[in-house]
Design a protein around this ligand. Structure first.
Ligand code: GLV
Ligand code: MN
Ligand code: MN
Length: 385
């Protein structure tokens, strides 16, 4: 499975760039369909663009055991964030079937659309639309860096954006969701454990900050006559770092747009995106409130409150895996969105030797990936029999 997708969306700058609804994303969707078909499963896309491959009748009362993740990536991201969960889901299903396990509930492999929010700014678009956490009108109008909207991107991919929105029928089918994911940190390295289980997801959000000034000539405008928005922007980045340290949270400015963007022009406008997260909501909010007055305009583009995974489910899975570590994380996931919507959800993490993620250097050793598949198979078996 890894070989089949290893060249899809390779970025000449390193790693993978697999924007939602881009040609690489469409190729990966086709791969998903083929993997489902090879196993005699019927893959279908729901009206929000999420993909499902069911083993058994999805409309069984009480819903089924769903496992999976996403196939889109951040720009120049790693191979594992997302695909590891989808590949492992298919492999775990193969393992159950090879061992002759007879599920009493249906089982599905799922792939959520646009988890990273790399193209349209809002993360977990597919799961948020499914649960109703994202307004479909707002989703359709989300605009990417190329100026095109999500609705246009879907239409270009042959999909109907008119169907976006909460999908009761699909949601009812998800009795329980388990997402396997590469760890985005080094806790499992310190614990000397190949796999772990999720405890919680930190509250996190993204804010757009606008800095306005006056574009002018870089050579002829005296320093005293300038109104350069790059200066308050730069001060804000430094202030964010300092405030994050003081509040015990993390804050990142990873995306900036400068207009007009000429080396020989003082900018007229700088737009920056602040990502802030922490173990508790209060300090994250306090950091944003502190920085807000520095910008001419601040808009919250997404917010995800603290997610505590179902403690009974989490403990049951950790016990089924022989008492593996239980970890919190600062990374967002579709499992968190589903948990917030009341779907019993859990996560299984696979050790990452450097902890690096959202980077071409993201890695997991083959033996740990196999341990992840075995753990996922054990967990799905525990839940479906
Ligand atoms: C998703 O990977 C996120 O945490 O931003
Ligand atoms: Mn990610
Ligand atoms: Mn992910």
């Amino acid at each position: 499975m890894w070989r089949a997708i290893s060249e899809v969306g390779r970025d000449p700058g390193g790693g993978y760039t697999r924007d939602a609804w881009s040609p690489p994303d469409l190729e990966l969707r086709e791969w998903f369909r083929q993997e489902a078909a090879r196993r005699g499963l019927d893959a279908h896309e729901d009206r929000n663009g999420n993909m499902w491959a069911w083993w058994g009748d999805p409309d069984t009362p009480g819903g089924g055991v769903v496992t999976g993740s996403h196939l889109d990536s951040v720009r120049q991201g790693g191979a594992y964030d997302g695909p590891l969960g989808v590949v492992s889901a298919f492999a775990a299903l193969d393992d159950l079937r090879a061992r002759g396990v007879r599920p009493r509930r249906p089982v599905a492999v799922a792939c959520f659309t646009d988890e990273e929010g790399a193209r349209f700014g809002v993360p977990c678009i597919g799961s948020r639309l499914l649960t109703g956490a994202l307004d479909p009108g707002r989703a359709r109008a989300l605009t990417g860096d190329d100026g095109g909207t999500l609705a246009e991107a879907m239409r270009a991919a042959g999909r109907d954006p008119g169907g976006l929105g909460r999908d009761e029928t699909t949601l009812r089918r998800v009795g329980v969701f388990v997402e396997l994911h590469v760890e985005q940190g080094r806790a499992l390295v310190h614990e000397e454990a190949p796999v772990g289980v999720g405890r919680a997801i930190w509250p996190h959000g993204r804010w757009r900050l606008e800095f306005r000034g006056r574009a002018d000539h870089a050579g002829t405008t005296r320093l005293a006559d300038r109104d350069d928005p790059m200066l308050p922007f730069a001060e804000t980045v430094l202030a964010a770092r300092e405030a994050a340290r003081r509040h015990g949270v993390v804050a990142t400015v990873g995306k900036v747009r400068v207009r007009p963007g000429s080396a020989n022009a003082i900018p007229g406008r700088v737009t920056a995106w602040l990502d802030a997260r922490g173990p508790e909501e209060g300090p994250v909010r306090a950091l944003v409130a502190e920085l807000a007055p520095r910008a001419a305009e601040v808009a919250c583009e997404s917010w995800t409150p603290l997610v505590e995974f179902d403690p009974a489910l989490r403990d049951r899975l950790a016990a089924a895996l022989g008492g593996v570590p239980v970890l919190p994380t600062g990374a967002g996931h579709d499992a968190g969105v589903l948990a917030s919507a009341g779907v019993p959800s859990a996560m299984v993490y696979v050790r990452n030797p450097t902890g690096i993620s959202h980077s071409p250097e993201e890695h997991a050793e083959p033996d740990d990936c196999r341990a992840g598949v075995a753990a996922l198979a054990r967990v799905v078996e525990e839940l479906c029999t």
